[in-house]
Design a protein around this ligand. Structure first.
Ligand code: C2E
Ligand code: CA
Ligand code: CA
Length: 430
């Protein structure tokens, strides 16, 4: 009985692995005995899996990951689950070379796909390494530094990083950046650029996609791929979305007043779809700027729409009821349930720019794009392809029957005044 209780208190119920408490204990013992290596790993796409397939399937995946980790560890090592999709591996006596070997073995073990609900899923892992005594001589410091290294591994996309003091600097910089982003949002430091989309058949300009830009006064332009995830991680997404909607609708109205009638698309983050206040906000902003709802399109990524299906369907339903158009962005990169897709109140599929990149050279991509166009049309949706960079791709998309295209071939995203000049310029059909 006592034995069973102790096991329960020191092990994770889902995977049967040692938990944080037991890891701390073993860390203490290993530290007293000599050098050691601590690996901290975090699964790269676990949240998507959990959101898409549900928690029970997410749990199955975690159990399989745990089994694979145990499979590569030696007898003397401790594989622990720290919670969520975070695991740790303690290598008593380990030096940097051992840690790197173990990290590579773990990544290799996770390379084979895992069947989740019958679908092959690949979850990568980012691994941070801290070594004792070089990086610290107590458990808490080592865990913290392994965590800093893990974020460096994620950032570098190398998958594996050994702690370096410069990485701490980076986390400080990240903190500073969050404060600056908050400041920029409050003081009008962000701007929207607009990228046009055109009808493939006739070449008319249909509308624009509003894309956020952060011209940082000291650091130079910071790309959205950096500050959007930062906003998502720090609760700044709601104010950013509100700002983008307000700025885009204000601009849409100003153009319309000058005789330039365009549809405007605004991107929503996955968190916006969890925000029950969003439909009312959109309605209020449309009214304030006198923009007809059908002139606004909201882009949500396929991954976000499939996540938390119930919640998403509710917010999307209310947005659609306003008369706003909805587009599924980055289509082809998530795990769509086609049955669910058919029920979503969306109007447009935006095929991910990854498929346009090598379209003319890749027969596979051509098949995927052609099938997606067929699927979209079959469901009565407008199909857009983004990332069309040259005339050949454009022409191929036209021949495949795609409705609308967007990409550098037509124009890159432009500041509002340049977009206006561009749109008013007489041109040959795109
Ligand atoms: P996205 O929604 O898929 O936006 C399209 C991205 O593709 C833009 O990158 C655009 O500049 C780029 N692009 C356009 N044409 C081409 C092309 O021909 N070739 C290539 N290689 N790329 C092309 P950008 O502006 O860097 O935005 C990146 C992502 O940041 C966006 O991806 C979107 O997910 C996010 N984002 C941008 N602004 C906002 C915003 O206001 N709110 C939210 N929630 N997300 C935003
Ligand atoms: Ca988009
Ligand atoms: Ca996209």
């Amino acid at each position: 009985m006592e034995e069973a209780l102790r096991h329960q208190a020191t092990h994770d119920a889902l995977t049967g692995l040692p938990n944080r408490a037991l890891l701390d204990e073993r860390l203490g013992m290993a530290l007293a005995a000599g050098p050691l290596a601590l690996l901290l790993l975090d699964l790269d796409r676990f949240k998507d899996v959990n959101d898409t397939f549900g928690h029970p399937r997410g749990d199955e995946l975690l159990a399989e990951v745990a089994a694979r980790l145990r499979g590569v560890a030696r007898e003397a090592d401790t594989v622990a689950r720290l919670g969520g999709d975070e695991f740790a591996v303690l290598l008593p006596g380990g030096v940097e070379a051992d840690a790197r070997t173990a990290a590579r073995a773990i990544r290799a073990a996770l390379e084979a796909t895992i069947a989740v609900a019958g679908q092959p899923v690949q979850v990568g892992a980012s691994i941070g390494v801290a070594l004792a005594p070089v990086h610290g001589d107590d458990g808490a410091t080592l865990l913290r530094r392994a965590d800093v290294a893990m974020y460096a591994a994620k950032r570098a996309q190398s998958g594996i990083a050994v702690y370096e003091p410069a990485q701490d600097q980076h986390s400080l910089e990240r903190l500073a950046l969050v404060a600056e982003l908050r400041h920029a949002l409050a003081r009008g430091g962000l701007v929207l650029h607009y990228q046009p989309k055109a009808d493939l058949a006739g070449g008319q300009i249909r509308g624009v996609e509003a894309l956020a830009r952060w011209p940082h006064p000291e650091r130079g332009p910071i790309p959205p791929d950096q500050f959007i995830p930062l906003a998502e991680a720090t609760g700044l997404m709601a104010p950013l979305t509100e700002w983008a909607l307000e700025a885009a609708l204000r601009q849409n109205r100003a153009w319309a007043d000058g005789g330039l009638v365009l549809d405007t698309a605004v991107n929503l983050s996955r968190w916006s779809l969890h925000d029950p206040a969003l439909p009312a906000l959109a309605a209020a902003l449309l009214r304030r700027h006198g923009v007809p709802p059908e002139r606004l399109c909201l882009e949500i990524t396929e991954g976000a729409a499939m996540a938390d299906a119930e919640l998403t369907a509710e917010v999307l339903g209310r947005l659609a009821a306003l008369g706003v158009r909805l587009a599924l962005d980055d289509f082809g990169t998530g795990y769509s349930s086609l049955a669910y897709l058919a029920r979503l109140p969306v109007h447009e599929l935006k095929i991910d720019r990854g498929f346009a990149r090598a379209l003319t050279a890749s027969a596979t991509d051509q098949t995927i794009v052609a099938s997606t166009i067929g699927l979209g049309h079959g469901l009565g949706l407008n199909v857009v392809t983004e990332g069309a960079e040259d005339a050949q791709t454009w022409e191929l998309l036209r021949r495949m029957g795609c409705d609308v295209a967007q990409g550098y071939y037509l124009s890159c995203p432009l500041p509002a005044d340049e977009l206006e000049r561009w749109a008013r310029r007489p041109r040959a059909v795109a």
